[in-house]
Write a protein that binds this ligand. Sequence first.
Ligand code: 1GP
Length: 270
Amino acid sequence: MTSPEICFRLGKTESYLVNRLRKKGFVHLTLFDPEVRDASTLAKLAERSEEMGTDGFMVGGSTVYFREMMDEAIKAIKSVSSLPVIIFPSNITSVSPHADAIFYMSLLNSLEWWFILGAQIHGSLMVKEYGLEPIPMGYVVFKGETSVAVVGRAFPLPESKPNIVASYALAAQLLGMRLIYLEAGSGAESPIPPDLIRIVRKVVDIPIVVGGGIRSGRDAANAIRAGADIIVTGTLVEHEPHKLAEVVEHAAEAAKERPPAISRYMGARV
Ligand code: 1GP
């Protein structure tokens, strides 16, 4: 007698991410904060980012309090690119009907119920009504001096305690989340240390997203070599957009040096 299996089909955007992982061994996402740049600047930056090899866009910011800002930013990106646009929510005010998908995420190391589960409950019917594809994701924040740590009332995870970090990441997987995001915070002085990514890689099978403080090809390659699957850059594209090509190129080279990332991804049907 064979064991029963649970099979499910991934949505369009998640399938796209998995297929990019299959093909290139990594994914690069460009994060836009609608508070930092106006819609027409975002459109120009989005066009340029696509030319330089980004795989998709995330839109969100810790202090986006008005949904209109999300709507305008997403519409601007969509007017110039057909790459997927994923909401990176800080609160229920981030839920816009214009995006393709939403990282349905829980800030696991927040001290507030709201950021762990409350906003997700309050926003769930909206996500369904708008037809947004939810991509369940565990989110953990390192470093205290960042907007996300302050706004999300995070108790930053210590980089010097790998077992604690590993247990958070594994908990995300065991709870059924399909991505784990290690966040240094936008504008962080340094990215997540590669050793920490390595520790997480050893315990989880789901794709690891790494972001915050990635400013060079070297930072990107270090993260990929350590086991990151998806790398996110935001500040770099806003301040030094020309460097994105270098980030993507170095990440691609690093991805070729290791086993295909997708082999770890639970045999999901796409
Ligand atoms: C922030 O991880 C992202 O949520 C991107 O950070 O702006 O430092 O690239 P940067």
